[in-house]
Design a protein around this ligand. Structure first.
Ligand SMILES: C[S@@+](CC[C@H](N)C(=O)[O-])C[C@H]1O[C@@H](n2cnc3c(N)ncnc32)[C@H](O)[C@@H]1O
Length: 289
């Protein structure tokens, strides 16, 4: 029997939601399950878990596990067939992540009318939009855009430039990307042109370049690199952000989440959301005021 994908939503006090999320991480049946946890209502201390099972077994196990926490209110919503997650999980191009539709030249005929279409040619750079870390960043950014506008965005480790281009295409005036790899910078600039996006890319190690500092402080920083450089860059990222600004961190494994989170918590950031997809984790954190 084919499984009809659904989104399972569990809402409750932060402590309980976090304990349940940890139980999902530690459950052998749910290894690789995709879910996110975020603060829904700061004043009422309500957090929510959104889980996206892909099989009947995963669905049942998630429901069983969440039922062990009576303080959580658990509901399930049927997902539309063309839901972005189902499309992304199919592993086939193009990729839909919320309002974003990432496609290559061969799929140009499939562009939806109601999406922010991003034509990304990867060449030798990382980031066609298919990797769990890139999808996690686009997903997190899509949801942040529902409530916020970002005038200044920095993408550290731009790869194909997909994230800075996504920002430039959604109203960001100053969208800047940086990469340690010169070929990625060339490809990012080419992709910006293909998309008529006003994003610019700088060949730099981390944030250490006058052309990156020029447009600081940023309202939002993307950093999809690896856990160790994310920790090493935590102070520079803090200084590049305005107080209250947001960082979307990705490229870390679930098992490295604590290590990366600790570095940013110690610098006055707070966790706003975390998304687990396959073995990967995306963290959304806010700089203290
Ligand atoms: C995982 S890819 C992310 C690409 C793209 N942002 C995405 O989300 O698909 C990481 C990129 O970071 C670059 N990178 C790694 N360390 C860096 C550093 N210290 N400073 C700037 N870029 C770095 C790599 O060259 C690579 O292009």
């Amino acid at each position: 029997m084919t499984y009809n994908p659904q989104q399972i939503i569990a809402k409750g006090p932060r402590q309980v939601a976090e304990t349940a999320a940890e139980a999902i991480d530690n459950d052998a049946w749910l290894e690789g399950a995709t879910y996110s946890i975020l603060e829904e209502d700061e004043d009422r201390n309500i957090w929510r878990i959104d889980a996206f099972p892909t099989t009947e077994e995963e669905d049942q196990r998630l429901q069983e596990l969440l039922a062990e926490y009576p303080e959580l209110i658990v509901t399930a919503d049927q997902l539309a067939d063309a839901d972005w997650l189902a499309m992304a999980l199919s592993g086939l191009p193009p990729v839909r992540a919320g309002r974003f539709f990432v496609y290559g030249i061969h799929d140009r005929g499939k562009k939806p009318l109601n999406a922010v279409n991003l034509r990304i040619e990867a060449g030798a750079a990382f980031g066609t939009g298919h990797h769990g870390t890139t999808v996690g960043c686009l997903w997190a950014y899509n949801d942040l855009l529902k409530k916020h506008h970002y005038e200044r965005v920095l993408d550290v480790g731009a790869g194909t430039g997909v994230l800075a281009i996504a920002a430039a295409k959604t109203g960001t005036k100053y969208a800047v990307g940086t990469d340690i790899d010169a070929i990625s910078v060339r490809i990012s600039n080419e992709n910006a042109k293909l998309n008529s996006a006003g994003a610019r890319f700088v060949w730099a190690n981390g944030l250490n370049h006058k052309d990156v500092r020029k447009d600081a402080p940023y309202d939002l920083v993307f950093a999809n690199i690896l856990a160790r450089p994310l920790v090493g860059l935590s102070q520079s990222i803090k200084l590049a952000l305005r107080p209250g600004g947001t960082v979307i961190l990705s490229g870390l494994l679930r098992t490295q989440e604590r290590f990366v989170k600790a570095a940013y918590l110690s610098k006055g950031f707070r966790v706003v959301r975390r998304i687990h997809r396959d073995a990967w984790c995306t963290l959304v954190m806010q700089r203290g005021g």
